[in-house]
Design a binder for this molecule. Structure first.
Ligand code: GLA
Length: 736
């Protein structure tokens, strides 16, 4: 058991292989946080509970005048009483009073990990993979219980938390916030690391020191968004990729979120994360309950790199699901940047023919095959094949592509509706809208109100009909605008604040149904690129299109940043045409291929317009990818040189490597994005190898070196690597 309980001291301690998390129930029933960090042997840790100074001006609870909740480290702080820091829960009574005070009632420790009703969450493959502590707390006045769940993974330094509030009383309560987790740290000597971005520029790494007050990241867009990922790390000031402490906080959720770090008057730090309380209010009638989404907490003493590897392992095996979790994904060609809306079946088959020559395995038909859709102004909502445009039925097209030896995939944007669509004409009230207000358009489209059961049923029926009409192996699920006028006739008045969350629950319900109906289909989520790259979506779809920016140089930053918390096997990455459609930049084909290999690997260009020589190069790249694929998708990922930091005398180098779990093989990828004349060749220090093992470097190099030599002395890059603005190399290492 990874969960220990000391009934004498009322202490709970959760142990992962290299981390410990401890808390204690006070004589009055308050649940205080004792410790989270590197593993400690003792369970009796009550001496760690330091309440801090007098905290004058902060009141004390009536049953504990010696305590200041405003300075005590708490597991489930409520609002409205004497803790003025960020609360985990806020509850409004019928009379308008806003407060919550939760005290320990009971607990249960069990093997394994329960599922969260209607929500995505990490899971166990066997009961031995995790233990779960369920701590029931109660607010006496409200007759409300909050069960705090802690799942402790046996082989990973990860603990996940979520909470369930249950109204056992007679009055109707309003949950104004129920956050998923709260962790109090005694100090503030941390940097906060987040992933910021924009469309075409997702998940760039940002790092800054904590300051007094609240620093938060959030989304109010209805989806997790391009702008800020629902992830934050707190790391020690000296933390690097290899060394130092790092704590990860990640929300398994795809809607409005908030992660805040609040540094108090006594310089302690509280991290709280969950569904964004802004605009949120959930009516909790007598007998009803509400489940807050899961938060993943991870700890590493091996810097940010160690933190990433823990999250990668967790998501690869305990979040992504289904047949495609472990299966090799086909190398695909997508027609979006090849044709945009201008294609028919003959064009697609012509691309498929060329693709086969290069060893590509699947053709994906992107936007434009349905309804009236020759541009982005119409058709969304009418998921009926436009046979006139294609020149044949979907079934016939799929069979033609299969006859060329390729699998077939298809694009949908199910959550949207174009005003110019049959669906909108038949059901003008099915989109989000507010009485008396105009409907805001984004990319000429509106968002379907997924809180309405009839909308979800219609969507499922339409999608099912298409997916059953032909042999479809893959679905790209797109979402190309943020929500506005979030209002639903089903949830008006006191329930209006539920709508945004209910939208996400509606989406999850559809995705769950599709996963069950079509277990063979590989799903990839997308939102104008990576606008909804979050662990919630990964639960239903094991890969996400990283960005609409397919420029390989830009992708270095995007994929490097994404790897902070997401596994490489989840990162959709394609080789596209040059000059790049988004940036106008031209990088060599092998450079573009190398970057796309650090991902799901595919193509997105018109193969009928490439030369035979380019097709041959693609064939070589595909062969290499197939050989390296197990290592790339299942191996450990080490970031070696950052595209955010490079420059100066060493030139602009980005480098990373993949190491197999048994450390018998590795792949090093190095990219150079500038030329610096008369400069010394950079030396790359490798990581993750077995120091005592000898590795042969690429067949043709005839160089064999020990792991410690490669990791300590490093590997100077060959002289030729300095010529030309965009250079890349792949070095494969095999232990001998
Ligand atoms: C979004 C996606 C693209 C493509 C287009 C189609 O922008 O990110 O890959 O599918 O939609 O309209």
């Amino acid at each position: 058991m990874a969960v220990f309980f000391d009934p004498g001291q009322m202490i709970f301690k959760l142990d992962t292989p290299r981390s410990s998390y401890a808390m204690q129930v006070s004589p009055q029933g308050y649940l205080f946080h004792l410790y989270y960090g590197a593993r400690v042997s003792d369970t009796e840790l009550s001496h760690l509970l330091v309440h801090g100074g007098g905290a004058s001006f902060s009141a004390s609870p009536a049953d504990a005048p010696e305590l200041s909740l405003d300075t005590a480290p708490q597991e489930c702080p409520g609002s409205g009483l004497s803790d003025y820091r960020a609360p985990m829960i806020s509850v409004r009574e019928e009379n308008g009073a806003l407060a919550a005070c939760l005290k320990y009632v009971s607990h249960e420790i069990r093997k394994g990990k329960p599922a969260l009703p209607g929500l995505p969450a990490t899971y166990c493959n066997g009961e031995d993979e995790a233990d779960t502590l369920a701590l029931t707390m109660r607010d006496e006045r409200l007759d409300l219980t909050v069960t705090l769940y802690y799942s402790v993974f046996a082989k990973l330094d990860a603990i996940t938390r979520w909470a369930v509030a249950q109204n056992n009383g007679a009055q109707t309560l309003t949950l104004e916030s129920l956050q998923s987790a709260c962790v109090d740290f005694p100090g503030m000597d941390f940097d906060m690391v987040t992933l910021r971005g924009a469309w075409m520029r997702e998940r760039h790494i940002e790092r800054h020191g904590l300051f007094h007050g609240t620093q938060s990241i959030q989304s109010r867009r209805g989806s997790s968004g391009h702008q800020l990922n629902p992830f934050a790390a707190l790391c020690s000031k000296d933390a690097t990729e290899e060394n130092g402490e790092a704590y990860g906080f990640h929300l398994v959720y795809s809607g409005n979120f908030r992660i805040e770090a609040e540094v108090s008057q006594l310089s302690s730090t509280r991290v709280v994360l969950g569904v964004n309380p802004e605009g949120f209010a959930w009516r909790l009638c007598p007998g009803e309950s509400f489940t807050a989404p899961e938060a993943v907490l991870a700890y590493s003493k091996e810097g940010l790199g160690g933190l990433s590897r823990t999250l990668h392992r967790l998501y690869r095996k305990n979040l992504c699901r289904g047949e495609w979790r472990d299966k090799r994904r086909p190398i695909l060609i997508n027609n979006w940047e090849a044709t945009y809306f201008n294609f028919d079946a003959d064009k697609l088959v012509a691309i498929a023919k060329q693709a086969k020559k290069a060893g590509i395995e699947m053709l994906v038909m992107d936007d434009g095959w349905f309804g009236k859709r020759d541009g982005d102004v119409s058709g969304l909502g009418d998921w009926v094949v436009n046979e006139k445009k294609l020149g044949c039925s979907l079934h016939a097209l799929v069979e033609r592509v299969k006859a060329e030896g390729l699998l077939f995939g298809i694009w949908f944007e199910p959550e949207m509706i174009s005003p110019d669509s049959d669906l909108c004409r038949a059901h003008p009230d099915w989109c989000f809208h507010m009485p008396g207000r105009d409907k805001s358009l984004g990319r000429n489209q509106l968002v379907l109100n997924l809180t309405l059961p009839q909308v979800r049923e219609n969507l499922l029926a339409q999608l099912t009909a298409v997916l059953e009409s032909a042999d479809i192996s893959y679905v790209k699920w797109d979402f190309n605008r943020n929500l506005t006028e979030v209002f639903s006739s089903e949830y008006m008045g006191a329930q209006a604040g539920e709508t945004a969350h209910r939208y996400v629950l509606g989406l999850y319900e559809i995705l769950e149904a599709l996963n069950r109906r079509f277990p063979r289909i590989l799903f990839e989520s997308c939102s104008g690129g990576g606008g909804r790259f979050d662990p919630g979506m990964l639960y239903y779809m094991p890969q996400t299109w990283c960005s609409d920016d397919t420029d390989a140089i830009e992708r270095l930053k995007i994929q490097y940043g994404t790897s902070l918390c997401y596994p490489v096997m989840s990162m959709g990455a394609h080789v596209s045409a040059v000059p790049n459609h988004g940036t106008g930049r031209t990088a060599p084909l092998t450079f573009r291929g190398g970057v796309a290999m650090c991902g799901t690997f595919g193509y997105e260009l018109d193969l009928t317009k490439v030369s035979e020589a380019e097709l041959d190069t693609m064939e070589d790249m595909n062969e290499s990818f197939l050989a390296w694929q197990p290592l790339i998708t299942q191996g450990d990922f080490y970031r070696l040189a950052s595209p955010f930091e490079s420059g100066g005398a060493a030139a602009d180098i980005t480098a990373w490597m993949f190491v197999s779990e048994d450390r018998s093989e590795a792949l090093l990828q190095v990219f150079r994005t500038s030329v610096l004349p008369n400069s010394r060749q950079p030396r790359i220090r490798l990581r993750g190898l077995d120091p005592g093992a000898r590795y042969r470097l690429n067949e043709d190099w005839s160089l064999t070196l020990h792991g410690d030599t490669l990791m300590n002395a490093g590997l100077p890059l060959p002289e030729v690597f300095g010529y030309g603005p965009y250079q890349s190399m792949d070095i494969y290492l095999k232990s001998v």
